[in-house]
Write a protein that binds this ligand. Structure first.
Ligand code: FAD
Length: 274
């Protein structure tokens, strides 16, 4: 496939991973990203064993492991701290070949970006229309200097939750819907050893994941109507989760104001027809 050209719409973790896989297979790849700069914001990520294996297949496993934190045996607790189930890391490695991994989103994104030829990455490029016939596709996109079109043998729609490519290919699909919960998250400095673990309470969940380099990622999810905002989001988390088991109060106490992100969770409730 040496002269085959793939256009990847979206330079998030999904788009960059797909672009790298295609590049490693000899495709010429163009990534079109609407943001003016290619960078991942956000907090941490828990990479499950299948994701770590995918990164191994892309040749990035060692780099990502160095930049993250192999998840120590954790599991699920109740809000008083009693373990409801434990993860057997030895068994996980025996069956899946790796543990899960905690990593900062920005670290993973940078690792993927640096593995791709810089010339394949185009920012300030907003895809507006994809036209496909059985032979070739064309992708029209907007740049600060006007509209451009690329032809491609393959178009990868990796333009996220509200994908324009998906909406164009499946115009009847209802698109993402609110999943019923809102989530706060933060990456903080926290060097004490903490297992990667989830805590369940009534209509609520708290997760903690060490992500390497003395950093820890926590998230708190709560069943709630959509669109809610608090004047001080950290105070809202403390109010709801501050009396849960250790080290949750300590994690919230170590969180500086202003680093807490809040997002309502949306998902594709209806599967795509193909
Ligand atoms: C609170 C929360 C916690 C999560 N925790 C985890 C976790 O622990 N582990 C895990 O594996 N997953 C987690 N996820 C899910 C994970 O974040 C997503 O699955 C993943 O980030 C999706 O990546 P993506 O590249 O598909 O999309 P995105 O990251 O949304 O990237 C899409 C990109 O496309 C660009 N784009 C959009 N439209 C256009 C256009 N028309 N033209 C050009 N570019 C365009 C956007 O600017 C963006 O850069 C979490 C999600 C949330 C909300």
């Amino acid at each position: 496939m040496s002269d085959a050209h793939a256009v990847v719409v979206g330079g998030g973790i999904g788009g960059l991973s797909a672009a790298l896989a295609l590049h490693r297979q000899g495709w010429r790849v163009t990534v079109l990203e609407r943001a003016p700069e290619l960078r991942e914001v956000g907090a941490g990520l828990s990479l499950m064993a299948n994701a770590v294996r995918a990164l191994d297949a892309l040749g990035l496993g060692p780099t990502v492991r160095r930049g993250g934190h192999g998840e120590a045996p954790g599991g699920i607790r109740n809000r008083h701290g009693r373990w409801l189930s434990r993860v057997d890391a030895t068994e996980m490695v025996r069956q899946l070949g790796t543990t899960a991994l905690g990593v900062h989103r920005a670290t993973l994104h940078r690792t993927l970006r640096e593995a791709l030829p810089a010339s394949s990455l185009h920012t300030s490029a907003t895809v507006e229309h994809v036209e496909s016939d059985p032979e070739r596709a064309s992708v029209r996109y907007r740049t600060p200097n006007g509209s451009r079109t690329l032809t491609a043998d393959l178009v990868v729609g990796a333009d996220g939750l509200r994908s324009r490519v998906r909406a164009q290919l499946w115009p009847q699909h209802p698109g993402p819907v609110y999943a019923g919960s809102t989530a706060w998250r933060a990456a903080i400095a926290f060097a004490d050893p903490v297992p990667a673990a989830i805590t369940w309470g009534p209509g609520a969940e708290f997760g903690m994941v060490p992500i390497g380099d003395g950093q820890l990622y926590w998230y708190a999810a709560l069943n709630a109507p959509p669109g809610g905002h608090a004047p001080d989001e950290l105070a809202a988390v403390r109010e709801r989760f501050g009396d849960w088991h250790d080290p949750i109060p300590a994690l919230l106490a170590a969180t500086p104001p202003g680093v807490v992100l809040r997002n309502d969770i949306h998902h594709l409730a209806a599967p795509l027809p193909s």
